[in-house]
Design a protein around this ligand. Structure first.
Ligand code: SF4
Length: 380
C-alpha cells in the first residue's frame, strides 16, 4: 500500500533509474511569465484549463483540432512500430472520427481485426493536405459554435507528430491554416525528436500573429526504462533538451504524461512529478493508461504481462501527481477519451465528466490539492 504521508517533497530515484534529475535541478529553468492568475476553488483543487481560458480571453475559447496529414518518426509508413499503445490513429480529434462508430462491430470485443484509422492525408501532396485542413476547420468551427457556443478559437495541430516534416512544409501548412480565420493561439502537438532549432524558431515566429504559441510535448514518464519498454523512441534527456530550447524561445509548453504505464506505480509517478516540478511547464496533460485495439500493448495485456489502472487507481495516481507539482501549472486534461469501440482495456472506466467530478470531491474531502507537497506555493 502507498502511504502518501511518507513521500513528502523529496526526489524519487528508483534504483534502476538512469536519468539524473539532479542535473536538471542544477540547471533550474524559469517558466514563461504567466499572464493570468487562476484561483483554485474547493470544487476544483487544481488549476483548470477552462478557467484559465475564460479568464485570459473573457469569452468561451475552444481548440480546433486539426490533422495536418503528418506521420510519426516512431512508426513506419506501413503503420508498424511506434509506441506500444499506439493504434495508428495518432490522436485525431474525436469530432473528426465520426465514421468510426459504424465500424464498432469490428472491435476487439468480438475478436475481429478492428480498424486502423490512420490519417488518410499522410504522404499526400500539399494541396490535398491544405484542402483537408480547410475542411476540418470549417466542420469543427460549426460543431463548436453549435454545441458549445464557442466564441474564440485556438488552432491545434493535434494528430500524430505535427512537426514531423521539412520546415518549408510546416510553414506552408501553418501559414495556410492561420490564414483561414482568426485564431488566438497556435498549438502544436509533437515529440521531442521531431523538433530542432529551425522548427522551434519557425514556431516562435507565430507569436507575432497569434499571441501565444504552445507546444504539447510527450514525456509520458521520467523513467527511461519505461520509455524503452513502451518503445517511445526517445529518452528523458532528449525531452529535457528540447524543453529548454522551446522555453528559451518563448514557447509555452504542455507536458503529456501517462499514469500507470507498465511496471510503474506511485514511486515512478512521484518521480515524474519531481521532473515536472523542476522543469515547470505552463501546463500538464494527464492520461490514464488505455489500451486500444490492434496494439502491441494489447498483446502484452492479454498475455497477463501488465495491469491497467481502474478508475479508482487512476484517481489515486492523479492525486499523487497533482499534489507534487506546482499549483500554477494548468491541468489541461485528466483522462483519455478513446472511443469505446476502439478501447480494448480498461473496458469499464468512468466517463470523463464523472471522473472529474469525483476527483474534485475526493480531493476536497481529503484536503488534497495541487502542490500540497511542495515547500512553497508558487504563483498565487
Ligand atoms: S508518438 Fe504518437 S503517433 Fe507516434 S507512435 Fe507514439 S503514440 Fe503513435
Amino acid at each position: 500500500m502507498f502511504h502518501q504521508e511518507s513521500v513528502g517533497f523529496r526526489i524519487f530515484q528508483p534504483e534502476n533509474s538512469d536519468f539524473n534529475l539532479n542535473a536538471v535541478k542544477a540547471d533550474r529553468l524559469k517558466p514563461v511569465l504567466y499572464d493570468t492568475i487562476v484561483i483554485m476553488s474547493a470544487k476544483t483543487p487544481y488549476r483548470t484549463y477552462k478557467t484559465y481560458l475564460t479568464r485570459k480571453y473573457g469569452a468561451s475559447a475552444y481548440r480546433i483540432g486539426v490533422d495536418g496529414g503528418f506521420s510519426c518518426p516512431n512508426r513506419t509508413p506501413d503503420g508498424l512500430g511506434g509506441c506500444t499503445y499506439c493504434d495508428d490513429t495518432g490522436a485525431i480529434a474525436v469530432y473528426h472520427r465520426q465514421k468510426e462508430a459504424g465500424e464498432a462491430q469490428k472491435s476487439y470485443s468480438n475478436g475481429s481485426p478492428g480498424i486502423g484509422v490512420k490519417s488518410y492525408y499522410q504522404y499526400k501532396p500539399l494541396v490535398k493536405r491544405k484542402e483537408y485542413i480547410k475542411m476540418q476547420i470549417e466542420q469543427a468551427k460549426k460543431f463548436l459554435e453549435t454545441r458549445y457556443r464557442a466564441q474564440l478559437f485556438l488552432l491545434y495541430f493535434q494528430a500524430f507528430s505535427s512537426t514531423f516534416d521539412e520546415v518549408f512544409v510546416l510553414k506552408e501548412l501553418y501559414d495556410y491554416a492561420l490564414s483561414l480565420m482568426e485564431f488566438k493561439e497556435l498549438i502544436v502537438s509533437t515529440r521531442p525528436d521531431c523538433l530542432d532549432i529551425e522548427k522551434i524558431r519557425l514556431l516562435a515566429s507565430y507569436r507575432e500573429k497569434v499571441g501565444d504559441v504552445w507546444v504539447e510535448l510527450g514525456l509520458q514518464t521520467s523513467v527511461n526504462a519505461t520509455l524503452e519498454r513502451i518503445n517511445r523512441g526517445h529518452t528523458v534527456e532528449k525531452f529535457v533538451e528540447i524543453f529548454r530550447i522551446l522555453r528559451s524561445n518563448g514557447i509555452k509548453i504542455s507536458v503529456h504524461v501517462i499514469l500507470g504505464l507498465p511496471g510503474e506505480s506511485y514511486a515512478e509517478i512521484a518521480r515524474t512529478a519531481d521532473l515536472i516540478t523542476e522543469l515547470h511547464p505552463e501546463s500538464v496533460k494527464i492520461h490514464n493508461l488505455h489500451i486500444p485495439d490492434n496494439t502491441h500493448m494489447l498483446k502484452e495485456y492479454l498475455h497477463g504481462e501488465l495491469l491497467v489502472p481502474s478508475t479508482a487507481r487512476h484517481l489515486s495516481y492523479t492525486t499523487c501527481l497533482l499534489e507534487r507539482i506546482p499549483d500554477d501549472i494548468i491541468i489541461q486534461r485528466l483522462t483519455c477519451d478513446t472511443p469505446s469501440h476502439r478501447l480494448a482495456a480498461p473496458r469499464v472506466f468512468q466517463k470523463k465528466g464523472a471522473f472529474i467530478s469525483q476527483l474534485g470531491k475526493k480531493m476536497s474531502t481529503n484536503n488534497n490539492y495541487q502542490g500540497r507537497y511542495l515547500e512553497k506555493s508558487v504563483g498565487t
